[in-house]
Design a protein around this ligand. Sequence first.
Ligand SMILES: *Cc1c(COP(=O)(O)O)cnc(C)c1O
Length: 366
Amino acid sequence: MIGMFATYVDPSARESVSAVLDSTFLSEGVKVRAFEDALTQKFDIPRPIALNSGSTALELALELAGIAPGDEVITSPQTFIATGIAILRQGAVPVFADIEYDTGNIDPDSVQKKITPKTKAILPIHWGGYPCDMDRLSAIAKGHGLKVIEDAAHALGASYHGKSIGAISDFTCFSFQAIKHVTTGDGGAVCCLSAADEQEGMKKRWFGIDRAHSPMSILGEREYDLKDPGFKFHMNDYAAALGLANLKNLDERMKRRRMISSKYREAFKNVYGITLWRQEEHCMSANWLFGFHVERREDFIRAMASRGITASVVHLRIDANSCFGGIRKDLPVQDRFNNTQIHIPLHDMLSDDEVGQIIDSVTAGW
Ligand SMILES: *Cc1c(COP(=O)(O)O)cnc(C)c1O
């Protein structure tokens, strides 16, 4: 059975992770800093704050954005529950906007309509790695004095009008969980546009203590007066060593994902019962998922399974969960999207034969 995802571990990781274990310096240190610097260089993004998950990246970003209990954060239901949980954890209220049928991304028109005096931020998700309409979202945010926090868990390496995802909004959150493009086992990062936010974030990821400016006293403890309690969210050095190794041939892996994705698009463009999603010149996807709309979805999934291929919705709308208040009645496009969306395997470890098998299986019908 060809699976939806594959976890990439670079062969060089065995040695580099072992070296960290041998050093016995396991917590946050030079490797974390090196991983942050490597990400900055590779993706042309402001220096990320490396953390222990994408979920904590979202939480830290919301905290840095000043989101407080009762504040409203506009997001979309087409995501993983991590996005909504982070909002709830800050005591804030997720307000669900509708999405675009041909991307799964948040619809700026719907965002506009959801703004109230309590709205403090917009939290768009780049579904499958395809960039949201950031021009319009940024303009709406600017017009209403809102922060933008991007959930870019699927979008490492994506770009919008030539600008890297991670370098556009106040905050951008990445995930290095096992099935994401670059894994550290578990891990995440938040990029901040402002240096002040970055500094505050570096503090907040480690209890709120400024390690660089809290010297050891003669008594053997750092000197500090904690005013704002922070979190225990930092990445550790053996995770960072794995991340560094996994960046090594990322360019080739990303190129392979792009190539497979365009093969699929070419092969499926005239297949009856399939509607491909939008692809625009100025939106360069990170190709984390390959999704489309399909007629008779369960028949499709069964047919693919019988031919040895996994097909999956990946995530259905999250507002359906009780903790988020149940399915919203005013999101007609999300309703339609939820009923027909499907994804087939897209990852850089698929062989040419497997790609051929997937294409033949889909075009054979269901
Ligand atoms: C993976 C993911 C996250 C969270 O990532 P973790 O690193 O697992 O905490 C957040 N949002 C989306 C859309 C994701 O897919």
